[in-house]
Design a protein around this ligand. Sequence first.
Ligand SMILES: [Zn+2]
Length: 120
Amino acid sequence: MSVPKDKMTFYPSKARRSKALESWFAYYNQAFFGNKLKPVTLYWYEFRKVNRHGVTMFDQGTTRSTAILVNKNLKNASCYALQTLLHEMIHMKKPRAMHGPAFHKEKLRLLKAGAYNNIV
Ligand SMILES: [Zn+2]
């Protein structure tokens, strides 16, 4: 899920920075995105909606991403957490695609490149 920053309030008290997610981000960025994504801060986040898996935060009115929030309930379900991370990284790469054709094209590229091996 991708929501522009102005549409979702970020509550720092509900966020916990995750070095583990940041390591996975760095790995995926290098292995599958040619290191082209600008590093962002990664958080486990307590969403108000429990079924929300993740969100990419953007600077208001821009396509510049600043953070990825992953539902803290996925912390012990690493496959889902990593699928969510990849989903949000697609939003970073294709900030205007939402969940349209360009998004799915990129997801298919990642699938073929092996990014989802061992996590689906
Ligand atoms: Zn999404």
